[in-house]
Design a protein around this ligand. Structure first.
Ligand code: SF4
Length: 369
């Protein structure tokens, strides 16, 4: 809930793509991760974390992969460095160490080699869904969560399914609530058509379509560090994978040469990123586009990818960027999104029917529902 509460606030968090490697083979993996996938030097990520300061740091440092726990030393270091300046850390894991073929099944304990990393982060989140269960049994996931809960760790689950009527989700969410007596929050989202899932999901699911009304993109609020150190304004997997050429307006820098203060400044002040955050890409294309054939694209993110190709759009956005009225609209949009609260984000980007499950385990928040 705390993390989602900050979702619309620019640069209040940063994502670290710790590694693309993962020993699991989930059919829906959005990053198409494998054990021999790409991995870049640990030092690059560590150095960037050391550029956070008490006066200029993100509120949250979010680590994922691939499987971030394949690099436990790096996870611990980034968490420790972040805590030293007042930032809190979060990790998302697929719990590969609890997979069917691992000795976790017999020992029933989290491997000692991973303990320092897990102990160092402030919040531990596990992925669980139909495809994960083919690799890591549900019972093993529950055992890991219980072990951590009993130690007083903050834990949550990130679940995916095909939609509100998915019977698998209905059964799983009910079982989690029963098993943990509502102490484990769940963020439930639809399977995204990226990575290995794009081979089959696009054929089944119709992607949401927005209108040309302003539709702010909160996802562009937090910088995302890719596996190779490149920093973009959003983590759209097609862009990260290079399936779509990186739109120049989403590029924020590279952690090999840019410090947090530089990345933050670009995230806050890049005119195109600001405009996308405030109104969404389709509104910008409609309002400022030249209307030339080839400049229009179907879909919300698809429109974003080609926005800079129509020179009229960045030109008009740059011209408007310093107007007081534009700054006011951006500020008010951010305020309204923050006021709308975390549930709005969970509904918008997750499955509405299950949005309130993010409030579990947080009694002060539940009274707000
Ligand atoms: S609209 Fe652009 S910035 Fe927002 S999620 Fe889509 S690609 Fe990313």
């Amino acid at each position: 809930m705390e993390i989602l509460r900050h979702r619309p606030v620019p640069a209040s968090a940063v994502f670290f793509g710790i590694t693309r490697r993962c020993p699991l083979h989930c059919k829906h993996c959005s990053t198409s991760s494998m054990l021999d996938s790409e991995e870049y030097p640990e030092e690059m990520f560590r150095r960037f974390a050391t550029t956070f300061t008490t006066g200029n740091r993100p509120e949250f440092v979010l680590m994922s992969g691939g499987e971030a726990l394949l690099r436990p030393r790096l996870v611990k270091d980034v968490a420790d460095i972040s805590r030293a300046v007042g930032a809190r850390s979060h990790i998302l894991s697929g719990l590969y160490f609890a997979a069917k073929d691992k000795n976790y099944a017999t020992t029933g304990r989290i491997p000692r080699s991973l303990r320092p990393a897990i102990d160092a982060v402030d919040h531990f989140s596990a992925s669980l869904d139909f495809f994960h269960e083919e690799e890591v049994p549900r019972k093993a996931v529950f055992r890991v969560l219980r072990e951590l809960l009993e130690e007083g760790k903050h834990v949550s689950l990130q679940l995916t399914g095909t939609g509100p009527d998915d019977p698998y989700l209905e059964g799983l969410t009910a079982e989690v609530r029963r098993e943990f007596d509502d102490r484990v929050p769940m963020l439930v989202a639809p399977v995204s058509p990226h990575g290995r899932a794009d081979a089959w999901l696009l054929k089944q699911v119709q992607l949401p379509r927005t209108t040309v009304d302003p539709a702010p993109c909160s996802v562009s609020a937090w910088p995302v560090i890719g596996f190779n150190g490149q920093v973009t304004a959003c983590g759209n997997q097609d862009v990260m994978d290079g399936k779509v050429p990186l739109p120049p307006h989403l590029y924020l820098g590279h952690i090999n040469k840019d410090d947090w203060s530089v990345i933050r400044e670009r995230s806050l002040n890049n005119p195109m990123v600001r405009a996308i955050r405030a109104t969404g890409p389709e509104y910008l294309a409609e309002r400022y586009g030249s209307g030339k054939p080839g400049c229009a694209a179907g879909g919300y993110c698809e429109t974003c990818w080609v926005l800079s190709k129509d020179e009229a759009v960045p030109r008009a956005v740059r011209a408007a960027a310093d107007r007081e009225s534009v700054r006011l609209v951006e500020k008010r949009t951010e305020e309204l999104l923050v006021e709308a609260g975390p549930l709005t984000f969970a509904k918008q980007y997750g499955i509405t029917r299950y949005a309130e499950l993010v409030t579990l385990g947080d009694t002060s928040a539940r009274s707000l529902v």
